[in-house]
Design a protein around this ligand. Structure first.
Ligand code: NAG
Ligand code: NAG
Ligand code: NAG
Ligand code: NAG
Ligand code: NAG
Ligand code: NAG
Ligand code: NAG
Ligand code: NAG
Ligand code: NAG
Ligand code: NAG
Length: 832
């Protein structure tokens, strides 16, 4: 009875939506001042059909807002909201254009809830929704953008569309800035704003409330100094304009049939989204904040951040030392660095730093017409000037940027960094006499350089020859695999020009002692792994794939080429492959510290893995997985991420192995045999283990398990607790909800651990193992969450919370062994 009533109500609601004069307004993109208005349920549509203006409710909210959204896609996406702070409570809202050219939103009793503004009185105003997503008010026959009476592009919300300006108008004072939604369900002003600051050189900053959390750096003529990845490409072009009238940033999409926008989301991430029609979803195309070093001033004054040195991100600039060395070494960087030697104005010099993001320039001074020499002289003359740099790096550099404050928020960049000259005392300049001497005899220097280079070249040639001859003594030298040589059916890879050494069987047999059991490192679903030493002394790991694989030669070679293209410091490097008859082998770099499971689950070994190392490993795995999921050219789902597949090099850097294997093998085999779910129990997401559905979110699940294992030192599968029957996930969840998450940590790391990092890891781990794959974050969020200090969402109950809810089925990758310990019997997984 009740259900029926609800159904009726729903129907009624639906009808009221459909009956309203939708048909009247749908074809129109213009609102007339004289007699037209739109009511809730009606909308106007831009001429090309791309954008719609009307009333909407955000998900799980009944509040009504007037907004503009992408209308022609399966997921209508709101890009602008009029009454952000003044929602309507019912469906009686009306949007009208007054005779004065003002848009007003009226509620049920005719009170104005929101209104636009107009710079001058109008005669025959009309409001029009353009195909760019801009809602404008103009005189009926005046299409000159300069004369628009009002436009929504001047009042951005959280979205920057193609053609919108982000910045300030110095004459009118108009400040176009973005501010995030409070949450997905609430478009009112959230905590984050992205706005131009015009105190010194105009620079945009992202704030959380009033606190700066990120700045992309000053514009250098080509890009923003600290956002090297934000560059013009096939998708869009952009510009930064700074003149007496205004400063702004704006971009244009090259191809108007592609949907893409830049959004400041409610979590404070500033990113470009792109609509993917195949998956019917918005994908993060590019995230402006890259890593931890993008946390504003992480290393404080005169510190420099390097993301590759994680977790010891910060170091002092040359000529500076930590203010409090002990704190600094404990990763408390907030006190920054101080000068080794105090300045003495007249005799000071400048140290050049290359490949960096320029420091905060909001209080700097600049001049576009000066050159670097003039810039230097000006800085040198002023004792309070701390650094100088070119303003524009194009054409060898021009312009001058001067700093007069302590330098903060410098980071090292692996690509597209800039140069800056930082003032230090003369005694810190070092090397000076040598440089002077060399400069005295320029010709002499050239001659020395030439002789040096010549001898080095001869040496290298000689060594190469010796090496070649030596190699010949054990098998032939590796050939080069460039796609599929025998056949012409696939030339795609040939074009890419990728070359991968092709080892011959004899070489590998020779290196591994004819695959002796003594050299066997492990056995897995895809085959066995052997250690080998090549004639030149290089240590290798050889994965000899099981012959049962039905994969053809073609597919195998192309697959290997795909894998070889994946290059990241947290992925194991593929050195080559070997194909002979039905033997297929992959040759990897050898990792001296074996795999992670060897350390974390072993009582004696786990002592040597302290918390900083574990945290370093967690972050490394996250970055490697992010690369597989998002940054590599093809998306790779690992599908068998586990401790045994994380190898450790001599510096304990984690490297994910077996990536791409799932892709190369499983595709064919699952279709042939649906029982073969490749993966490992204890790490498999519920939807994958039960339904065989895999996605990047099933990898995220495995990552979450791995994090909890690293923190606790216990295997998820085979976990056993006297108080309950839960597995590790259930146990962690129980402790977390009971407010005792620290109880989870493994005893060897209690001493060395940093509680906030541990808590964050457990929290993120639990977010990753949530039952529903939609709830789980993606890896880019994981990387951001691990690196930030902001609040985290509350996790929901994990999937496979107890072991009993797993319906066991046979698996190619797992074998079972019954093992009895204490009073509970567990079926223990045998790692591959
Ligand atoms: C719909 O439009 C027609 C004429 O265009 C008008 O007579 C009618 O009252 C309108 N209905 C509503 C619900 O606005
Ligand atoms: C607006 O109203 C005026 C006068 O009624 C009419 O001439 C004009 O065509 C209308 N414009 C639109 C877009 O409906
Ligand atoms: C109302 O708008 C319609 C269509 O724009 C127009 O034809 C009509 O003349 C307008 N009526 C008045 C009273 O302005
Ligand atoms: C809207 O979608 C239809 C069907 O998918 C397509 O034909 C049309 O080109 C789209 N229009 C725009 C503006 O994208
Ligand atoms: C209109 O309604 C609102 C909310 O229901 C109320 O606060 C306001 O006083 C009303 N205004 C008039 C003029 O009745
Ligand atoms: C509208 O413009 C006037 C004058 O330009 C200004 O004083 C007023 O604050 C503006 N109102 C809004 C809501 O922007
Ligand atoms: C926004 O800031 C308020 C006050 O500082 C805080 O309570 C809230 O959690 C923040 N929201 C987000 C999403 O960060
Ligand atoms: C624009 O993108 C569409 C869809 O991807 C493509 O079909 C079209 O060729 C592109 N146009 C240009 C000029 O690149
Ligand atoms: C600064 O350097 C000059 C020149 O080298 C020297 O004469 C002077 O004593 C120095 N002053 C201080 C305070 O060190
Ligand atoms: C910028 O530098 C040029 C060349 O040195 C000079 O002529 C000009 O006055 C400077 N501009 C300002 C605003 O200082």
């Amino acid at each position: 009875m009740e259900g029926f009533a609800i159904l009726l109500l729903l129907l009624l609601l639906l009808c009221s939506f459909v009956i309203s004069n939708l048909t009247v307004s749908i074809a129109v993109d213009t609102l007339n001042a004289t007699n037209q208005s739109i009511r809730d349920g009606e909308m106007i549509v831009s001429l090309g059909g791309r954008f719609e203006l009307g009333f909407f409710s955000p998900p799980s909210s009944t509040n009504r807002f007037v907004g503009i959204w992408y209308g022609n896609i399966s997921v209508p996406t709101v890009v602008w909201v009029a009454n952000r702070e003044a929602p309507l409570q019912d469906l009686s809202g009306v949007l009208k254009l007054t005779n004065q050219g003002i848009l007003v939103l009226l509620n049920h009793n005719g009170s104005t809830v929101w209104s636009s503004n107009s710079s001058r009185p109008a005669r025959r105003p009309v409001a029009q929704l353009l195909d760019s997503g801009n809602l404008i008010v103009k005189e009926e026959n005046d299409n000159n953008p300069e004369n628009f009476l009002w436009q929504s592009f001047d009042y951005p919300c959280d979205t920057l569309l193609s053609g919108m300006k982000l910045g300030r108008n110095f004459i009118t004072g108009l400040d176009r800035y973005l501010s995030s939604w409070k949450s997905l369900d609430d478009p009112s002003h959230g905590n984050f704003t992205y706005r131009y600051d015009i105190g010194g050189f105009p620079e945009s900053v992202l704030r959380d409330g009033s606190v700066v959390i990120f700045r992309p750096g000053p514009w250098n003529g080509l890009r923003f100094s600290g956002a090297p990845g934000l560059k013009q490409n096939h998708l869009f072009t952009f510009e930064f304009v700074l003149n007496e009238k205004e400063v702004y940033f704006s971009y244009k999409l090259r191809n108007s049939s592609i949907l893409s926008m830049m959004v400041l989301n409610s979590e404070g991430s500033w990113q470009r989204m792109k609509w993917i029609e195949e998956t019917r979803s918005w994908e993060v195309y590019f995230r402006v904040q890259m890593d931890n070093c993008d946390n504003y001033a992480l290393c404080s004054s005169y510190g420099s951040c390097n993301a590759n040195k994680a977790p010891q991100y910060c170091s002092c600039l040359k000529g500076f030392v930590p203010k409090f060395p002990e704190k600094w070494n404990n990763k408390l960087w907030s006190n920054g660095c101080v000068r080794k030697t105090p300045l003495n104005c007249s005799s000071d010099g400048f140290l050049k730093h290359s490949g960096v993001k320029l420091p905060d320039s909001r209080q700097s001074w600049f001049n576009y017409s000066m050159n670097l020499e003039e810039c230097k002289n000006l800085c040198k003359k002023d004792c309070s000037c701390t650094a100088y740099a070119n303003l524009d790096i194009r054409n060898g550099g021009s312009g001058c940027l001067l700093w007069f404050v302590d330098l903060v928020d410098i980071r090292e960049l692996t690509e597209n960094g800039q140069e800056i000259y930082i003032r230090v005392a003369a005694s810190e300049l070092g090397m000076k006499p040598v440089i002077l001497k060399l400069q005295q005899g320029k010709n002499e220097r050239r001659r020395i350089a030439f002789i040096c280079m010549f001898s080095i070249a001869v040496l290298i040639l000689g060594l190469a020859l010796v090496f070649y001859l030596w190699r010949m003594s054990c098998g032939k030298k590796p050939g080069l695999l460039t796609a599929v040589p025998e056949s012409s059916s696939n030339v795609k890879n040939q074009k890419e020009g990728l070359e991968l050494p092709l080892f011959d069987f004899a070489t590998i047999a020779c290196a591994t002692g004819n695959f002796s059991t003594a050299n066997k490192l492990g056995e897995g679903g895809f085959g066995s792994v052997y250690k080998g030493i090549l004639k030149d002394g290089q240590e290798i790991a050889v994965k000899r794939l099981s012959r049962s694989s039905s994969q053809g030669l073609h597919e195998f070679k192309n697959e290997v080429l795909h894998i070889a293209k994946l290059k990241h410091r947290n992925l194991v490097k593929l050195l080559g492959c070997c194909i002979q008859g039905d033997e297929k082998m992959l040759i990897y770099e050898f990792m001296s510290n074996k795999s992670l499971d060897f350390f974390i689950f072993d009582q004696s070994q786990s002592i040597s893995l302290d918390w900083p190392m574990r945290y370093h490993i967690i972050n490394g795995i996250a970055r490697g997985l992010l690369y597989l999921h998002q940054d590599s050219r093809q998306r790779i789902i690992h599908r068998d991420l586990k401790a045994g597949n994380v190898l450790l090099d001599h510096e304990m850097n984690p490297k994910i192995s077996d990536f791409g294997m799932a892709r190369s093998f499983e595709e064919k085999e699952t279709t042939a045999n649906t029982k073969n779910v490749v993966g490992t129990y204890g790490y498999m997401a519920p939807e994958y283990a039960i339904d065989g559905l895999y996605s990047i979110k099933s990898d995220v699940f495995s990552f979450g398990v791995l994090v909890l294992e690293i923190v606790s030192g216990k295997r998820n599968r085979g976990f056993c607790h006297p108080d309950h029957q839960l597995n590790l996930l259930g146990h962690a969840w129980r402790l977390f909800t009971a407010g005792e998450p620290m109880e989870l940590i493994s005893s060897p790391i209690r001493e060395t651990c940093n509680p906030s990092e541990v808590l964050r890891s457990i929290h993120v781990g639990l977010l990753c193992v949530q039952q529903s794959s939609e709830d789980r974050p993606n890896m880019s969020n994981v990387v951001l969450m691990l690196g930030s200090h902001g609040p985290l969402p509350q996790p929901k109950q994990p999937g496979f919370f107890t072991e009993r809810d797993l319906v066991e089925s046979s698996s190619s990758s797992t074998s079972h062994k019954l093992l009895s310990s204490n009073d509970c019997t567990i079926s223990q997984l045998e790692a591959r």
